[in-house]
Design a protein around this ligand. Structure first.
Ligand SMILES: [Zn+2]
Ligand SMILES: [Zn+2]
Length: 252
């Protein structure tokens, strides 16, 4: 299996352990020609960047890097903060970044109290019974689809992780909005049955590491395993190297 890029990694600007340059070196060691550093948005408690200025610094830093053979992209993993799908990164900055990922994460500061209750509160209560669970799934699905519709998102991070969603509905929204559906190797998520649903719904996948360490940059084995197990052809994987055609189209 051969991939040319990894588009989801974390540096010390958020909760990763490495400097940007070391991530680029790790990518080169793996034989990748592109890597994106996509630090967590600021409304993720403790783990997020300590302010939007971190992205300005990241943008400067990737410009000044010179790692032969590896193009380093500045990105973000924005948090979905309410049911309207707002992100914790303003549109102006989204347009400046090379790659925009979004996802739902626990310990996110919600955009407002009501949505915080429906989105994050109902997820805490979902174990109380099927009614609560359904409410949580509906809220998570609604927020995710709204985020894809209202923002220039390139990649939906680990769909259904931490927050259960209606995978088919979310996958259809990815197809409609031309958003890549992520197979996240760091979390080994989504499980094969969900990937199969997304495959049948017609999504284009991207296989990422979600690396927080040097050694896990470009670690994409879980994706290779799913491609084989489910018979997903290479042309359905945005970052798979085939026919010399490299580089998927970002929205900016
Ligand atoms: Zn994430
Ligand atoms: Zn991540």
């Amino acid at each position: 299996m051969e991939f040319y890029g990894d588009y989801h990694t974390h540096s010390r600007y958020s909760d990763g352990r490495e400097q940007v340059e070391r991530i680029a070196e790790a990518a080169r060691r793996r034989g990748l020609s592109e890597v994106a550093v996509t630090d967590h948005g600021p409304q993720l408690l403790v783990l997020g960047v300590d302010g939007l200025h971190s992205y300005e610094r990241l943008l400067q830093e990737v410009k000044s890097l010179n790692i032969p053979g590896v193009r380093v992209l500045a990105g973000a993993e924005a948090n979905i903060i309410d049911l309207e799908g707002r992100l914790d990164i303003p549109h102006r900055l989204c347009e400046e970044l090379d790659v925009l990922i979004c996802g739902l994460h626990p310990y996110t500061i919600p955009g407002n109290i009501q949505d915080g209750y429906r989105l994050f509160g109902s997820n805490h209560l979902r174990h109380l019974g099927p009614g609560w669970r359904r409410k949580a799934v509906n809220a998570n699905t609604e927020a995710t689809i709204a985020a894809l519709e209202n923002n220039p998102v390139d990649i939906l991070a680990h769909p259904g992780l931490f927050f259960e969603v209606d995978i088919f509905e979310v996958a259809r929204a990815c197809v409609r909005k031309d958003v890549l559906f992520e197979i996240n190797c760091g979390h080994r998520h989504p499980p094969p049955e969900d990937v199969e649903i997304a495959f049948k719904a017609g999504v284009q996948f991207i296989i990422n590491s979600d690396a927080h360490f040097y050694d896990t940059v470009g670690e994409l084995d879980y994706g290779s395993y799913l491609m084989q197990k489910l018979g997903i052809p290479a042309e359905r994987i945005a970052n798979f190297r085939f026919g010399g055609d490299e580089g998927w189209k970002k929205k900016r």
